[in-house]
Design a protein around this ligand. Sequence first.
Ligand code: PGA
Length: 250
Amino acid sequence: MPRKALIAANWKMYKTPAEAKAFVDAFLPLVASHTRDEIALFPSPVLLPTVVAACKSTNVAVGAQNIHFAEEGAYTGETSIGQLKAVGGTHTLIGHSERRQYFAETDEIVNKKLHTALKHGVVPIVCIGEVLEEREAGKTAGVLKTQVTGAFAGITPEAAVPIVIAYEPVWAIGTGKTATPEIAADAHRIIRAEVAKLLGAPVAAAMRILYGGSVKPDNAAALLNQEEIDGALVGGASLKPDSFTAIVKY
Ligand code: PGA
């Protein structure tokens, strides 16, 4: 079975509700007939009700950039999985490198969040990737294996089916430096082999691995035409309807 690609927009901490609504109103007609790939938008939590309402009954899914692992509690500033579901979110990013870098998320926290998302039927996109010093020191494979093993602790093959992985080399995020299609595909092969070791070959063969890090309209096709690359997680170039559409329709 070929893997259906997922093209995801990570809006990070950008857009007001009015700007988010304007994006969706312009974007939906541009992709209305697009069935080849799945499409998902990941806005800030305060934008979720607006974006979910605007995307209702369309081919565009909406998710959170982060959730807490606890179902509820005294966690000031956090969003629970129940809150995400109650406003109609169906997906969540987990362990984005900016969460790891600025909010001290560890593989252990990523693992807890992954268990929470799967328990509640929310599609998790687990983000992993090496920093520049790790790549330059030849440690990329080891880092990716550690991140996959840590994230997937205690996850059974049956439970793992909805999981999506996003490989995002940290040195390529927001820098304009994209991994070459070959570098990305190599990393994806390492990740898939590790998933196969942990969860078995069938689960690994079906799992989607997205690439993220300076994906733009002019490099999307070369990346996404790699057999190992099953979609993209797009930051900067997802903020404008035209550029994100060009990536979706690579
Ligand atoms: P970028 O961000 O496309 O702006 O590099 C990707 C991401 O952080 O998910």
